[in-house]
Design a protein around this ligand. Structure first.
Ligand SMILES: C[S@@+](CC[C@H](N)C(=O)[O-])C[C@H]1O[C@@H](n2cnc3c(N)ncnc32)[C@H](O)[C@@H]1O
Length: 350
């Protein structure tokens, strides 16, 4: 049986190799999950304690440690993020030669999945790593896993804090945060980005680099079958689906845009909610409306060429908006992103 550290090096080699097959990738992530579960004592469970283990914070829901552990198994998501983070660290090393890179991973969960498998690829002196989560139970697991994989000599610490209010003691070269569900609902990715992106060093990198949410009319049931058979591996340019009636962008979250968008939010007395400036759209006349539904599509540029497209991951599945049904050509609606404890898009007739 190889040493734990060697096992981790083998895991990271498979996850980064372009030649790895989807089967190898998902098996390797499952192996990582098993090792982390054994070392840290938190096993993956998508519906653990349904809500009871979640933390309801001012800017969104922080999912329970067991549910956060389960995210690692969404293998396309994990692999595209891990490859993006690796490329970003390599770029940051070139941008900031001879500097120790200060990295903050906000919402690291119990396994720090998007960064921990990469640590052995770097010299400990190159990195200063802060692993932050609101759940101390997850951080205890991360500490145990660092020890298990013989990474305790890295300059890595765990921090229990709310990422939406956290201030780091120095400027950051890289921030990584995946605190989202599809169409930016429920979890606090928007508020986390608005809080942490301004703390980047000039030329620093925020991951993910872009989250684009668009509203489209689509025939999802047919499309799902076709797309699931044909998706490539998230390393190309974003594709557009020509069978969609694209009604336009409803929110593009980038590190640069997050704080200005937050500052443009307006308080709506009637909902008691802060909301970003809404977008108005009109339902078009469809050639053959049968089977079309309104859907929010989410695409994520993790870093550079590392994209998650529609259907690649749980967080890029379409979200149906039945509030627009039945679709009536010519009707005008507006859609606004509501902030607060349960962030979500609100749609209403103009
Ligand atoms: C979707 S899970 C992702 C876990 C892990 N980063 C991964 O990608 O596999 C989100 C994690 O972020 C944490 N989280 C959510 N909101 C947070 C906040 N405001 N402050 C700190 N941690 C937060 C949750 O506790 C959870 O561990």
């Amino acid at each position: 049986m190889p040493e734990p550290r060697t096992q981790l090096e083998d895991i990271s080699a498979v996850l980064l190799a372009q030649s790895s097959s989807p089967r190898q990738l998902s098996k390797t992530l499952e192996h990582f999950v098993q090792l982390c579960d054994a070392a840290g004592g938190i096993g993956p469970d998508p519906a653990f304690d349904a809500w009871a283990g979640d933390s309801f914070l001012a800017d969104g829901v922080a999912i329970a440690p067991q549910a956060a552990a389960h995210c690692a198994r969404d293998y396309r998501r994990s692999v595209v993020f891990i490859r993006g983070v690796y490329a970003a660290i390599e770029d940051a090393k070139r941008r900031f030669p001879n500097e120790t890179l200060h990295i903050l991973y906000a919402g690291c969960g119990p396994y720090a999945t998007l960064l921990l498998p990469l640590l052995t690829r770097f010299d400990p002196a190159e990195l200063d790593v802060s692993l932050l989560d609101i759940h101390q139970h997850s951080l205890d697991s991360v500490d145990a896993i660092l020890k298990h994989f013989d990474l305790a000599h890295y300059n890595a610490r765990t921090i229990c804090a709310d990422a939406c209010t956290y201030r780091h003691p120095c400027s950051l070269h890289l921030v990584v945060s995946e605190t989202m569900q599809k169409s930016l609902e429920q979890e606090p990715q928007f508020a986390v980005t608005a809080q942490l992106a301004p703390q980047l060093h000039e030329g620093g990198i925020f991951i993910p680099g872009k989250i684009a949410v668009r509203l489209s009319l689509a025939q999802i049931d047919e499309e799902q079958e076709q797309i699931l058979d044909t998706v490539d591996f998230g390393n190309g340019a974003p594709h557009s689906n020509s069978d969609h009636y694209d009604l336009g962008s409803v929110l593009t979250l980038t590190p640069e845009a997050a704080l200005p968008l937050l500052q443009a939010a307006v308080f709506h007395e009637e909902h008691g909610q802060w909301e970003l400036p809404p977008v108005v759209f009109e339902i078009p006349a469809l050639h053959s409306p049968a089977g079309f539904t309104a859907e929010l599509f989410t695409r994520i540029q993790v870093y550079g060429a590392h994209w998650l497209e529609d259907y690649d991951a749980e967080i890029t599945l379409p979200q149906r908006r039945t509030d627009l049904s039945p679709l009536v050509a010519g009707e005008r609606w507006e859609i606004g992103y509501q902030l607060g404890g349960y962030p979500r898009f609100d749609i209403r007739r103009v």
